[in-house]
Design a protein around this ligand. Structure first.
Ligand code: AMP
Length: 282
């Protein structure tokens, strides 16, 4: 695996790939890698791509300084995991490489979709996320990029941005592949933020996904789904939202459409904010 820390090093590595006529599969991450991230890499490898994984904790998508400062950073371990997993390139740039002083970067608009749920609770988060993803896409110019279904609203926004940029002639065709959420046996979605949970908090976090399942069991009665899931949430978790929404528009639903519905949750466990979701039907 090649480690690239600058845009120039990345460009040199990608020029070789281009010459060899290979396609590029890209997995953007913020590091503190776990098997969920590695599952995206495995999917890109199965799809036959030369694989580029980025690790960049993007300051623009953090509202609270505290969350940014305390976000786990384990780049040495990440590099080893990626080497063992057979990644081709690890791109681990500094903020100055991604946001060079004086360089005007595209600022894709999250639009209406970005106003809802995560957008309401984390103002500026999606604009920052789209800005870095767009910048990374410009630098890596991948044929396909891989995202996790755990961050479903993020994946929907990236798909929307790419559609708009391709339609405007601003980007070459690029396939966005959304991969299933990897979970520990308890059902807890793997997340870099789980490392910040104490044993007691982990026990609370492990009750979140079963609560979604308890709600989903009552489909298609939408009111029953939502109220049962809320009732099954651990009392120690502080809920930001738990709703049943359209999987594409994230509008709240009063029935389950043919393409399914997503039961989405965001909750604080101690000082850690966790999100998860469960697709019903579709
Ligand atoms: P992050 O490092 O949290 O920004 O995540 C990088 C990518 O990994 C995003 O596309 C996430 O949706 C994805 N991801 C995070 N956790 C999981 C998981 N448990 N299963 C599958 N993908 C995940």
């Amino acid at each position: 695996m090649k480690l690239c820390q600058t845009v120039a090093e990345l460009a040199a590595a990608l020029a070789e790939v281009d010459q060899a006529g290979k396609t590029v599969g890209f997995i953007p991450t913020m590091g503190a890698l776990h098997d969920g991230h590695l599952s995206l890499l495995r999917r890109a490898q199965q799809d036959g791509h030369f694989t580029v994984v980025s690790v960049f904790v993007n300051p623009l998508q953090f509202g609270e300084q505290d969350d940014f400062d305390n976000y786990p950073r384990t780049i040495g371990v990440d590099a080893r995991l990626l080497t063992d997993a057979g990644a081709d390139v690890l791109f681990a740039p500094s903020a100055a490489e991604i946001y060079p002083a004086g360089k005007q970067l595209r600022e894709p608009s999250p639009g209406d979709l970005g106003e809802k749920f995560e957008g309401t609770y984390r103002p500026g988060h999606f604009a920052g996320m789209l800005k870095v993803v767009s910048r990374l896409f410009d630098l890596v110019n991948p044929d396909a990029a891989y995202f996790g279904d755990k961050d479903a609203q993020q994946a929907a926004l990236v798909q929307q941005m790419v559609r708009q940029q391709i339609a405007a002639g601003e980007r070459e065709p690029l396939k966005i592949v959304v991969c299933p959420t990897l979970r520990e046996p308890s059902g807890l979605a793997l997340s870099s933020r789980n490392r910040r949970l104490s044993e007691q908090e982990l026990a609370v976090a492990r009750q979140i996904y079963p609560a979604l399942q308890a709600g989903a069991a009552l489909a298609p009665d939408v009111a029953a789904v939502v109220s049962a899931a809320r009732a099954a949430m651990p009392s120690e978790a502080r809920l930001d939202y738990l709703e049943l929404v359209d999987p594409l528009s994230f509008e709240k639903l009063d029935h389950i459409p043919e393409h399914g519905a997503r039961l989405i949750v965001a909750a604080w466990v101690g000082k850690v904010r966790l999100i998860d979701n469960l697709l019903i039907g579709g």
